[in-house]
Design a protein around this ligand. Sequence first.
Ligand SMILES: [Zn+2]
Length: 123
Amino acid sequence: MAVRMCPQCGKTVPATRVMALSDGFECPHCLTRLEVANGSRMIATVAGLAVAWLVWRVTRDSTNILGFALPVLLSFLAFGIVSPLVLMFVASLRTAPPPLVFEPVAAHGGHAQSVHDHAGGHH
Ligand SMILES: [Zn+2]
């Protein structure tokens, strides 16, 4: 399956959209509502976690003064960077169910001006 391809119009969706709004966004070409398929989101999360673990493993043994906090911070950053990057490369898109639209109830009230004001007596 093509990466980041809109299933509706077949054009590629910019990676920035996929990364920033992976929970749902509109195709810039045909305005179809899309979302990242669960499969690719899983891959991105797993890859992010794997790299985070790796970073934690590597930095854990450092004798730095920040040795306590740094591995956690770095692995957190690694996850935050790697996960969207992976998503950018593996994301396959599908059309999202249309969002719920609440029809506003039409207000009928603007045409109630009284005609009696102009019915003045001629006495
Ligand atoms: Zn499209």
